[in-house]
Design a protein around this ligand. Sequence first.
Ligand SMILES: *[C@@H]1O[C@H](CO)[C@@H](O)[C@H](O)[C@H]1NC(C)=O
Ligand SMILES: *[C@@H]1O[C@H](CO)[C@@H](O)[C@H](O)[C@H]1NC(C)=O
Ligand SMILES: *[C@@H]1O[C@H](CO)[C@@H](O)[C@H](O)[C@H]1NC(C)=O
Ligand SMILES: *[C@@H]1O[C@H](CO)[C@@H](O)[C@H](O)[C@H]1NC(C)=O
Ligand SMILES: *[C@@H]1O[C@H](CO)[C@@H](O)[C@H](O)[C@H]1NC(C)=O
Ligand SMILES: *[C@@H]1O[C@H](CO)[C@@H](O)[C@H](O)[C@H]1NC(C)=O
Ligand SMILES: *[C@@H]1O[C@H](CO)[C@@H](O)[C@H](O)[C@H]1NC(C)=O
Ligand SMILES: *[C@@H]1O[C@H](CO)[C@@H](O)[C@H](O)[C@H]1NC(C)=O
Ligand SMILES: *[C@@H]1O[C@H](CO)[C@@H](O)[C@H](O)[C@H]1NC(C)=O
Ligand SMILES: *[C@@H]1O[C@H](CO)[C@@H](O)[C@H](O)[C@H]1NC(C)=O
Ligand SMILES: *[C@@H]1O[C@H](CO)[C@@H](O)[C@H](O)[C@H]1NC(C)=O
Ligand SMILES: *[C@@H]1O[C@H](CO)[C@@H](O)[C@H](O)[C@H]1NC(C)=O
Ligand SMILES: [Zn+2]
Length: 283
Amino acid sequence: MARHSVQQSRVGGLLLPALVAALFFAGPVLGAEELAFNHTLGGVDWPYIPGLNASLCGTGTMQSPLNIIPGNTTTASTLTALNLSYATNVSLLNVTNEGDVVELVISSGNNSVKLPPSIYSTTNGSGLVLQQFHFHTPSEHMFDGIFYAAEMHFVHKDSVTGQQAVVAVLLKLDPTDTRNPDLDKFLPFTPNNYTGVQQAPANSTLNLTNLFPSNSSYWYYNGSLTTPPCTQNVLWLIFQNPLTFSVSQLLTLEVANAGGDGARADNRLVQLLNSRTVSVFRG
Ligand SMILES: *[C@@H]1O[C@H](CO)[C@@H](O)[C@H](O)[C@H]1NC(C)=O
Ligand SMILES: *[C@@H]1O[C@H](CO)[C@@H](O)[C@H](O)[C@H]1NC(C)=O
Ligand SMILES: *[C@@H]1O[C@H](CO)[C@@H](O)[C@H](O)[C@H]1NC(C)=O
Ligand SMILES: *[C@@H]1O[C@H](CO)[C@@H](O)[C@H](O)[C@H]1NC(C)=O
Ligand SMILES: *[C@@H]1O[C@H](CO)[C@@H](O)[C@H](O)[C@H]1NC(C)=O
Ligand SMILES: *[C@@H]1O[C@H](CO)[C@@H](O)[C@H](O)[C@H]1NC(C)=O
Ligand SMILES: *[C@@H]1O[C@H](CO)[C@@H](O)[C@H](O)[C@H]1NC(C)=O
Ligand SMILES: *[C@@H]1O[C@H](CO)[C@@H](O)[C@H](O)[C@H]1NC(C)=O
Ligand SMILES: *[C@@H]1O[C@H](CO)[C@@H](O)[C@H](O)[C@H]1NC(C)=O
Ligand SMILES: *[C@@H]1O[C@H](CO)[C@@H](O)[C@H](O)[C@H]1NC(C)=O
Ligand SMILES: *[C@@H]1O[C@H](CO)[C@@H](O)[C@H](O)[C@H]1NC(C)=O
Ligand SMILES: *[C@@H]1O[C@H](CO)[C@@H](O)[C@H](O)[C@H]1NC(C)=O
Ligand SMILES: [Zn+2]
């Protein structure tokens, strides 16, 4: 999940001091600014940072991410394919470097996901609308103890109930180092520093549907935001089949991540499963 609290703290008057600080410290870490929290310890320090509302990150029993053990997941007959209703021609995407997350803000409110009714439907609320999507390097979830190169989080919210759902897509390096043409619609416009915001040009249109694998198999479990305040009851839908991208594209994400705390990684460490089960839908 993305750095909403960072965004808020910036709105709360930190922008000017940050810009002043950037003038004096425009050194090796591009646009470095003190973040409310960072990933240098994988998140284990978050509950102890003064003034950060992150106690749940330490005490919660339904936290994310997880190490998913595919051989230990439950096939649920109530699960159906996700119904992704996303725009096929998005232009003027705002690409921001949130300190150590590359985030894209979607202006159209038309993008939404329908989950299997046993998880969430119009009887639960008004619908799960895409707010933004962002990247983590390496992946936050592990699979049999293995990371993927990156993980995309498509963050949805029901404006009436406040319910959040994250649809996750994994990225692995292409064996022939081929660039992912859909990521190229916006990755080249990633700002190299924390305060930067750039807009992808109007002639660079993205078919959002292409950012999801054609195979509909996914894992489902009930978890949390992976950044403070680590709010629980976030619905997680993780596509099983990864998309591919190139080393150069991974580097763009890693360099942007390093703009915040100097580290290329921005994944929270995996959390305990506790009494939860991970369900599987096979498409
Ligand atoms: C998916 O949602 C769209 C509109 O949101 C609807 O028209 C379509 O019938 C749904 N498809 C399935 C398979 O439920
Ligand atoms: C997509 O958007 C571009 C730029 O706005 C436009 O030129 C093009 O005709 C659109 N394509 C479709 C299929 O709507
Ligand atoms: C994108 O950025 C532009 C320029 O900063 C701004 O006018 C616009 O409102 C932003 N769009 C969204 C969806 O945030
Ligand atoms: C959003 O949906 C409305 C109604 O279905 C449609 O008129 C409009 O063109 C859509 N906008 C985009 C950007 O897809
Ligand atoms: C949505 O409603 C169904 C049916 O009542 C229920 O089983 C499910 O737990 C609800 N989902 C959430 C996230 O509250
Ligand atoms: C920060 O990024 C923005 C957008 O890419 C750029 O315009 C600006 O020059 C950058 N600032 C620094 C200090 O690198
Ligand atoms: C988009 O516009 C820019 C500058 O106007 C141009 O350099 C680029 O070639 C255009 N791209 C496409 C796909 O038309
Ligand atoms: C968008 O991508 C989907 C899936 O790859 C494809 O079926 C659809 O035709 C594309 N739409 C446009 C307008 O490019
Ligand atoms: C979809 O992916 C799953 C998991 O990798 C695999 O078991 C299944 O065979 C795939 N389905 C198709 C139609 O390729
Ligand atoms: C702190 O986080 C908890 C759990 O996410 C939330 O319920 C509460 O509203 C937050 N408090 C403040 C002051 O932001
Ligand atoms: C990371 O966060 C911790 C806790 O707030 C702080 O002590 C440390 O200086 C930060 N590191 C970087 C590189 O920003
Ligand atoms: C496997 O699943 C069971 C039942 O959900 C759970 O109790 C156990 O902890 C899981 N084992 C591992 C290694 O995750
Ligand atoms: Zn995320």
